[in-house]
Design a protein around this ligand. Structure first.
Ligand code: NAD
Length: 481
């Protein structure tokens, strides 16, 4: 049976005005199992109208009440965590165990974190020498747009809507059309959570229809976008002349710098996770592994042996380490990148091919964890984002060599540095052209810290007060006493 999803506009579940739908496909089986509205500008206009109506009262709602509603939403998701985890896994192809342990708990944490932030966000005061006082109040922007990608569907959807709502805005949110299911489920809980109609509106459909209309709409004061650098650039060209606030979290080509003195305990485990978690489809994944030459061969041999032992399988199986690639188009793109790496002279040490499963997953889109060496820093395979279970290995001879190679990409999202020499680690962290550096760890996240990238990885930061500031407009009042 095909499940029909709806938009959530003005507190009601509804179809797109055109009545048209997009197929929703399970990547593990390639079967269509649901359909989501294929909305357009008219649906965005309805959502904006509802949001405009709801915005003043929500902005005036005491922050403690806004926090209560967000916490209630988190509670409702938590009560039904298995439904959400199963839906996320089915929609995206990620292992159910990952959706259950990472994606949905983090979505719940996002809502709770920004519920608390709502109650702690304060005005600032700047007294001057003569006793004059400046006070800076931050008001919500009104109606804002949040556009999220498919790789961490509910995790990134809530990472945007939670601060937007906590700060007192009315929101139009557009989940990826590739993975709409958990955003739909969240919409179905909003009324029970006590969110007034129109405060959160969820409009499904293609980026070129819904996303574009949202970015274009004059009443939408800010766009918070996570996705590809290509789409981020096109959003910027539309939003910038309209003077909208923009937060762009874009692609990455992150380096993992491993020195010969790297602490060995848990090293290979964490580097494997950073390479292949979610089939390598996490913007923070370390896809270029740089290893000090004296440790290169030992690291390579152990890493490749462990990568070969990873199990690619049905996302529902508890022992699957990797599930399916999110869509046929992306599967073909990743296989194309592997072919390019071979053409560029890459030596495929393991993987490098599709994995054919049997039974219900016989038609699914699976790719073996792939490790490639012998590629120069400047080749396309080492510069362009692949966003799949594919990593390259390169040797370096000195700190300067490692830094130059790590920075030899247009992207600048994250990096990790592995060494017991912390002085060296700090010096290297200072020179890496990224928004995030992990030392002897990967993807440890404190939601208070600024999150985002430099260069072509984006503009602006999410997380903590950065997000609350993004979703508010400051006004300074200077009082001469
Ligand atoms: P994408 O850019 O194709 O789509 C992202 C979202 O934008 C989707 O909801 C899509 O429908 C919408 N969209 C597409 N075209 C649009 C347009 N013209 N106007 C407005 N909206 C439009 O990205 P994706 O393939 O869904 O996600 C993968 C990408 O996201 C990768 O490049 C990855 O690195 C990046 N990503 C970045 C971060 C980060 O925090 N920096 C996190 C996760 C993913």
């Amino acid at each position: 049976m095909i499940i029909t999803l709806g938009n959530f506009i003005d507190g009601r579940t509804c179809a797109a005005q055109s009545g048209s739908y997009l197929d929703v496909v399970e990547p593990a089986s390639a079967a269509v199992y649901a359909r989501c509205p294929s909305s357009a500008a008219a649906d965005v206009a309805s959502a904006v109208a509802a949001a405009r109506c709801a915005a003043p009262a929500w902005a005036a709602t005491p922050s403690a009440e806004r926090a209560r509603v967000l916490n209630r939403l988190a509670d409702l998701i938590e009560t039904d965590i298995e439904t959400f985890a199963a839906a996320e896994s089915r929609d995206s192809g990620k292992p159910l165990s990952l959706a259950r342990s990472v994606d949905i708990p983090r979505a719940i944490a996002n809502l709770r974190f920004f519920a608390a932030a709502a109650t702690q966000f304060a005005s600032e005061a700047h007294p001057m020498a003569d006793g004059t006082i400046n006070y800076t109040v931050r008001a919500p922007l009104g109606v804002v747009g949040c556009i999220s990608p498919w790789n961490l569907p509910l995790y990134l959807f809530t990472w945007k809507i939670a601060p937007a709502l906590a700060a007192g805005n009315a929101v139009i949110a557009k989940p990826s059309e590739v993975t709409p299911f958990t955003a739909f489920l969240l919409g179905e809980l909003c009324n029970r959570a006590g969110l007034p109609p129109g405060v959160l509106n969820i409009v499904h459909g293609l980026g070129t229809d819904v996303g574009h209309a949202l970015v274009e709409h004059a009443e939408v004061k800010a766009i918070s976008f996570t996705g590809s650098t290509r789409v981020g650039a096109s959003i910027a060209t539309i939003a910038a002349p309209k003077f909208k606030k923009l937060s762009l979290e874009l692609g990455g080509k992150n380096a993992t710098l491993i020195f010969a003195d790297a602490p060995r305990a848990g090293l290979i485990d964490t580097i494997l996770r950073s390479a292949f978690s979610n089939q390598g489809q996490i913007c923070l994944c370390g896809s270029r592994i740089l290893i000090e030459r004296s440790y290169y061969a030992e690291f390579r041999d152990e890493f490749v042996a462990r990568a070969k032992a990873l199990r690619v399988g049905d996302p529902n199986d508890a022992d699957s380490d990797l599930g399916a690639i999110v869509s046929q188009a992306h599967y073909e793109k990743v296989l194309g990148c592997i072919a390019l790496a071979r053409a560029e002279g890459g030596n495929v040490l393991c993987g490098g091919e599709a994995v054919k499963l049997t039974g219900r997953c016989a038609d699914g889109w699976f790719i073996a964890p792939t490790v490639i060496e012998n590629l120069a820093p400047q080749c396309r395979s080492n510069r362009e984002e692949i966003f799949g279970p594919v990593v390259t290995l390169q040797a370096f001879d000195s700190d300067a060599d490692a830094i130059a190679n790590a920075n030899a990409t247009e992207y600048g999202l994250a990096a990790s540095v592995w060494t017991t020499d912390l002085q060296r680690a700090h010096h290297i962290a200072a020179k890496l052209e990224t928004g995030i550096v992990w030392i002897n760890c990967w993807m440890l996240r404190d939601l208070r810290t600024p999150f985002g990238g430099v260069k072509h990885s984006g503009v602006g930061r999410e997380g903590g007060w950065e997000a609350m500031r993004f979703f508010t407009e400051p006004k300074n009042v200077c009082v001469f006493l």
